[in-house]
Design a protein around this ligand. Structure first.
Ligand SMILES: C[C@@H]1O[C@H](O)[C@@H](O)[C@H](O)[C@@H]1O
Length: 134
């Protein structure tokens, strides 16, 4: 077993092919990943309801790559509590907010290189991350 934070072969391969400015989507279990992630490579990690959570995947990816920007899909009402968890994991980074359709559009752009589907049950628990320099 590898001693790296991430031991998933396909995710490690795809992340290693990314560079500064490329984007990675970690999506909740309700996100229409197949139709709303453009040409990004898709990894279906969701096993059952709630496993894994988006925050667990974010924690692991944050160990292997630097992120310089993070965007979330914002609902019309209250801000979901998971946004504070995202910020915490990302060392207090501000989150950019996109409306639902804007978020889908951003995720369909060619610079989104990897899209990860989780079993996350919480809604509006998607995060679009931009890779920074190492
Ligand atoms: C309305 C929103 O649609 C998105 O695709 C989902 O990922 C969110 O959780 C929420 O259901």
């Amino acid at each position: 077993m590898l001693k790296t934070a991430c031991i998933h072969p396909e995710i490690m391969r795809l992340v290693s092919l990314c560079g500064h400015g490329d984007k990675i989507l970690i999506a909740d279990g309700n996100y229409p990943l197949d139709s709303k992630s453009g040409s990004a490579a898709k990894v279906y990690l969701g096993l059952t309801s709630g496993i894994p959570e988006v925050t667990q995947v974010l924690e692991v990816l944050s160990e292997v790559v630097n992120f310089e920007k993070a965007e979330v899909m914002v609902p019309t009402g209250e801000q979901p509590p998971i946004f504070a968890e995202f910020q915490n994991i990302l060392g207090g980074m501000d989150l950019g907010g996109l409306e639902r359709q804007e978020f889908y559009d951003a995720c369909c752009k060619p610079n989104v290189r990897l899209a990860i589907f989780t079993g996350e049950k919480r809604t509006f628990a998607n995060i679009l991350l931009t890779i920074g320099v190492a």
